[in-house]
Ligand binder design. Sequence first.
Ligand code: NI
Ligand code: MN
Length: 253
Amino acid sequence: MYNYEKSVYYQPRIVFRFEFYSLIKLRPNITYYGHSCFLVELSGKNILFDPFISPNPKASMIDISTIKPDLVVISHGHGDHIADAVSICKQSQAQVISVYEITEWLSAQGVTNGLPMNIGGSINLGFCSIKMVKAEHSSSFPDGSYAGSAVGFVIKTPEVCFYYAGDTALTLDMQLIPLEYELDFAFLPIGDNFTMGISDAVKAAKLIDSKKIIGMHFDTFTPIEIDHKSAYASFSDASIQLILPLINQTFEL
Ligand code: NI
Ligand code: MN
């Protein structure tokens, strides 16, 4: 019988397929829906972070009925992070990762496929693993009720690893992340007033040891408007790449 395993025709195919596969996985597609809301396509799955789109006048060109993620990840209960969570979760049947208090709140509104976590915990979803990490911020629902702790997330696949900080101040806890993970990029808030501003975000990028930062939580409202030129300059002075995405833009990383 012919041994296909040892065939010279067979082996180059493996090499080609491996390289092609690696190329795709190393460069996730990211779509910015404004404020802190991103859709990250990873290993063929779509992860949506902090859905706040329909109340955002700057994102009025986006039709949320077309957004069908496989997973929705929510950092805290403030309206500018969860406004569209119920409708998008219902239309997509996505699983939801958040703190227990938020998955319970969603469940009371008919979104029952929540995967509750708390700070320090990890979960393996097969296509990726997610660790819930600390954020230094408050958290309550739009009606003022208790929404648990504000959190961030580290998402890891065999090919890519990134940090989504949510709303947070600069905090020394960020130093713990590079002890465990080698980040390819990170989403950091940079708008100041409610979260870190630009100079603290540069310090945060150093603490987490990430050379590629996607800015978020800027320009949506007057108090968080930033000067883009000085933001780019501050990061490039520290030899860190800053990306300030355009709303409704998809880019490759
Ligand atoms: Ni907030
Ligand atoms: Mn916020």
